[in-house]
Design a protein around this ligand. Structure first.
Ligand code: PGA
Length: 247
């Protein structure tokens, strides 16, 4: 049985002071005994978030990382920096980073490998645009993202990874994929993982759905056989996140 994993993606919201306030509110509402819970906070909030979550089972995640160890990369954060601050998970290749910051399957792949090398868990994102869905190329497109992102990664490491399927048209739009649409693509992701790494790896890797997950639709989505939890944006900044986690 795969343990469910629910991650909040705060995106570029909350100053360090606001982050601590939100954590203090949410940590009393979130039951992290049955599911894994992660708050993926802005880089500047990581240190206060780790401090505020001491004594709980809630983990802290980052939203990005660079794939070099150190050096002349102005503005970037290295994997060792994140690790030392207490980061356990790193979102990689979110569609907003692909769209606004030129993230590609190649850079996603380099980051996935670096994060694993530093003992953290990648949450690797994939997902199609509305145009691709309407053209009927969703599965093909997502398969390419998975193959590119996981190229050369060891199967044993893939087992411990998280993959987040987030249709771009469902992110922040209030338009959730239907349970069947989400299941279809999450199932196809497990199939491609199985083709590359074998059944055992495919059975263990956790696959999240993301895109307008809320307190009302979470339970039905997470009941689908290939959906092991969610990556939650907007609703992770409110008390509603507690409802999602305690679905
Ligand atoms: P949303 O964002 O829940 O606000 O749609 C999801 C995400 O981008 O991870």
């Amino acid at each position: 049985m795969r343990k469910k994993i629910i991650a909040g993606n705060w995106k570029m919201n909350k100053t360090p002071k606001e982050a601590v306030e939100l954590i203090n509110m949410l940590k009393t509402q979130v039951d992290s005994n049955i599911v894994d819970v992660i708050f993926c906070v802005p880089a500047i909030d990581i240190i206060p978030a780790v401090e505020a979550l001491k004594g709980t089972k809630i983990a802290v995640g980052a939203q990005n990382v660079y794939f070099e160890e150190s050096g002349a990369y102005t503005g970037e954060t290295s994997p060792a920096m994140l690790k030392e601050c207490g980061v356990e998970y790193v979102i990689i290749g979110h569609s907003e980073r692909r769209q606004y910051f030129a993230e590609t399957n190649e850079t996603v792949n380099k980051k996935v490998k670096k994060v694993i090398e530093h003992g953290m868990t990648p949450i690797m994102c994939c997902g199609e645009t509305l145009e691709q869905r309407e053209l009927g190329v969703t599965i093909e497109f997502v398969r390419t993202q998975i193959k590119g992102g996981l190229a050369g990664v060891d199967g044993e490491d893939v087992k411990r990874m998280v993959i987040a399927y987030e249709p771009i048209w469902a992110i922040g739009t209030g338009k959730t994929a239907t349970n069947d649409q989400a299941q279809e693509v999450c199932g196809a992701i497990r199939t491609v993982v199985s083709e590359i790494f074998g059944k055992e790896v495919a059975n263990e890797v956790r696959i999240q759905y993301g895109g307008s997950v809320n307190g009302k639709n979470a339970a039905e989505l997470f009941a689908k056989p290939d959906i092991d939890g969610g990556l939650v944006g907007g609703a992770s900044l409110k008390a509603e996140f507690g409802e999602i986690v305690n679905y």
